[in-house]
Each structure stands twice: as C-alpha cells, then as structure tokens.
Design a binder for this molecule. Structure first.
Ligand SMILES: NC(=O)c1ccc[n+]([C@@H]2O[C@H](COP(=O)([O-])OP(=O)(O)OC[C@H]3O[C@@H](n4cnc5c(N)ncnc54)[C@H](OP(=O)(O)O)[C@@H]3O)[C@@H](O)[C@H]2O)c1
Length: 399
C-alpha cells in the first residue's frame, strides 16, 4: 500500500470553529476508514497576535514545528501551506479569502461563504483565474448520512419529490447570552442574524435534495418568497426567516420547499429528538426524514408506502470510547471518542487537491453563488442590508 498523501493545512483565525475543525482534522483518518490521505497543520494565524496563534496550535495538538503568525498577511505567504481553512466571521470571508487566493493559496471557507452573491462570484472568478481550489465549508454535505439521503432521492425510491421542508432553529436566548450585541450572531458588523448563520443549513437541505441531486443541465434556480423578522436590539440582523422556494421542473413537476430558521426557537427544544424530524423530503411513493440538528444530523427515517419503516443511526466515527479524546462546538461536546464530523469536508478538499480538481461536485461554485443569491433576495424582501464595508466587493478593505 502506498503512503498516504499529506495535505498541509493553514488555519486562518483561532475562534470556536477553528478549534473544532482542527481537532477533527488531526484525527487519524483510519478511524473513518480513510487511508489515502493524511492531514497536518503547518501554520495558524491570529489577528490578535502571534501568542494567540501559538496557544491555538498547542491547544489543538498541532506538531511543535507548526508556525504561528500574528498577521493574516504574513501567514498567507507561508510556502509550506497547501490549503487555508478560513474561519473568521462571515463578514470577513470575502476579504480573508481574497487575500488567500491572491497569494496563490487554495481555500476552504466557512459558511456562509460570503455576505452576498456578488462577493461569492468574485471569489470564484479569482479562484478560476489563479487555478486554485475553493470550496464553501458546508460540512454536512459530506457526511455519509447526506450521501445516503441523496442516493435515496436519485434512486427514485421516493418517486417524484413534491415538497421539502427544512428547519434549523437554534434555541438561543440572545437578550440573555448576547446582551451587548457584539456576538457575531446578532452583530451587524459581523453580518449577524439567523439567515446567514443557521438558515444556510435549512437551505443546504433544500438544495442538496432538490438541486444537487439533478444532472447539472437540469438544475434551475428557484423563485423565492420570504419573510424576515429583524432582531430589534441591534436593528440590522434577522432573528427569524421563513422562505418558500419553488424549483421549476419540466412536465409540471415543479417542487416546493419551505426553509425556516430562528435564533430563538429550537428545532429540537429538549435536545432529545422528541420534536421529530427537522427535514422531510416528501415524494409520491414515501418520504425520507432527517432528524435535528440539521447541521449535524445523526438519524434518518425512510417511510415508503409499500415497504417497512427504516430507521438509521449515523454516529460520527472517531478514536472511540476509552480514548480520552473529545470534540464538539460550544456547549455541544460529543461523547468520548466521537468526532464532530468536520473531517469529511477536509477529506473532500484533500481528494480534490490530489486529483487536481478546483471545486467539489457536491457543492459547486455555481451552487454556492446561487444559494447566496437566494439569501440576497430574502434580505432584499425583508429590508435587511449590512454595513457597506462588509457588503462591498472592493479589496482590500480593512475591517
Ligand atoms: N461549520 C460549523 O459547524 C460552524 C459552527 C460555528 C461557526 N461556523 C462559522 O465559522 C465562522 C466563525 O465562527 P466562530 O463561531 O468560530 O466565531 P468566533 O468564535 O467568534 O471566532 C472567529 C475568529 O475570527 C477572528 N476574527 C478576525 N476578525 C474578527 C472580528 N472583527 N471579530 C471577531 N472575530 C474576528 C478571530 O480569531 P483571531 O483573533 O485568531 O484572528 C476570532 O476568534 C462563521 O462564519 C460561522 O458561520 C461554522
């Protein structure tokens, strides 16, 4: 067996998700049956100084040879970095990713990809011009569970799909936990709000079931009707978004979808799946259900009119019980030895680099831009515009 191909990562920003991603990244890929690639972290950068980057590298267990940078500008010049994971707030993705691409670095960019579609388009154009890999880090799309759901749909088991409903409610109390309005969930300067942060997952389920599952030539943009509720304390972020999308299909086979998201209510208020599925894909022969949370689901139910109900559990792999290893995000710590599941997207990026691909077929540049266009339209209909400095496509702009 040949040695695994080593992918050398640089981590841009040292916040919550950067830590979760990096811990997953450094897990032995054999724990998920992957033998052809291996990830290492060779550098990290913090806008708040080199000491923070040094501490981050130590905390996530990177090798002592990994380099710590106190500036993103210096970091992107590091010749040892194959690919950068951009994990700043989404307000900053455009500026930070353009910096990477201009420096000749491949990039995996946290969701939401950018603030608006114009920025997303500019990034994909730059990646094309520079012949670089670029992917929005919508990790859920790469889960084995997501492959299974898409396969159920493309195999025709559900018949013609009629309707998809998808909900991602976060169950947070913003007045209690984000009272000063500075948190990225509600802060207009950080493109705050439910839509870009959590609505993207409801839209992900709508798109990966109704759009990604079609051959590219048959994919058509949906029409969008929506309502947004503004979060009053900061005035320029949304707390509730309801979207009705109609996907045109030939032969009167249009499909409807309802995507909803909220900061306040939870899709699974008790955290025990008692509220039922968060996504239902309804076909004329049956349905597939995906249980919450939609960003990290671990349970599906297939209900066919002419077959038994099939429940499946999809725990994330990892080093297992007794390993003393833990990962998670915020308060959501996973059981001992269970990965968060962010390694799947890292593997997809690695395969692309090895194969010379510039984008992933599971989330093409065109689809990322289209989803940003949908969110632009929802913001337009809801009267939500962020400060110009983060909506602009000018580069560079200091934020
Ligand atoms: N995939 C997922 O499950 C998931 C989960 C949560 C969040 N996310 C996404 O990941 C991104 C980051 O979220 P997070 O929860 O990690 O945020 P966070 O904990 O606030 O971290 C963001 C980091 O970005 C850097 N940064 C640079 N300029 C900043 C500024 N003006 N304000 C705040 N931070 C700044 C900081 O790192 P340095 O000081 O080191 O530069 C900061 O620690 C967002 O786009 C979010 O949507 C994804």
């Amino acid at each position: 067996m040949s040695a695994p191909k080593v992918i050398r990562w640089g981590i841009l920003a040292t916040g919550g998700i950067a830590q979760t991603f990096s811990r997953d990244l450094l897990l032995d890929p054999k724990t998920r049956g992957v033998t052809s690639i291996k990830h290492i972290i060779v550098a990290a950068a913090s806008s708040s100084g080199q000491a923070r980057a040094t501490q981050f590298l130590k905390d996530v267990g990177a090798a002592s040879t990994a380099k710590a940078y106190g500036s993103y500008e210096e970091f992107v010049k590091d010749p040892n970095v194959d690919i950068v994971y951009v994990s700043t707030p989404h307000s900053h993705h455009y500026q930070n990713t353009m910096l990477c691409l201009e420096a000749g670095k491949n990039a995996l960019v946290e969701k939401a990809f950018t603030v608006n579609a114009a920025q997303a388009k500019k990034l994909t154009e730059k990646a094309k011009e520079k012949n670089l890999f670029l992917m929005e880090a919508v990790w859920t799309r790469y889960f084995p569970l997501s492959h299974y759901v898409r396969d159920v749909i493309t195999s025709g088991k559900l018949g013609n799909v009629q309707l998809v409903t998808a909900d991602n409610g976060l169950c947070l109390d913003p007045e209690e936990t984000m009272a000063d309005g500075k948190h990225r969930m509600v802060n207009p300067d950080l493109a705050g709000g439910a839509l870009l942060d959590s609505g993207i997952y409801a839209l992900t389920w709508v798109f990966q079931t109704l759009y990604t599952t079609l051959p590219p030539a048959q994919r058509k943009a949906p029409s969008v009707s929506s309502a947004l509720k503004i979060y009053k304390p900061t005035g320029q972020a949304d707390e509730l978004a309801t979207m009705l999308l109609v996907f045109p299909r030939a032969e009167n086979k249009d499909v409807h979808a309802v995507a909803t998201t909220s900061i306040r209510y939870g899709s699974d208020p008790l955290g025990d799946l008692s509220a039922g599925p968060a996504c239902r894909v309804h076909g004329d022969k049956g349905e597939i259900q995906i249980f919450p949370p939609l960003y990290r689901p671990t349970k599906t139910r297939l209900i066919l009119r002419d077959g038994p109900i099939e429940d499946r559990e999809w725990p994330q792999p990892g080093p297992g019980k007794g390993s003393g290893w833990f990962n998670g995000f915020g308060d959501g710590i996973q059981p001992e030895g269970e990965g968060q599941g962010m390694f799947w997207e890292a593997d997809e990026a690695a395969y692309a680099l090895v194969e010379g691909r510039k984008e992933s077929p599971l989330l093409t540049w065109e689809e990322s831009v289209l989803i940003m266009e949908v969110m632009d339209e929802v913001r337009k209909q809801g009267g939500l515009r962020f400060p110009e400095k983060i909506e602009t496509t000018d580069f560079p702009v200091a934020l």
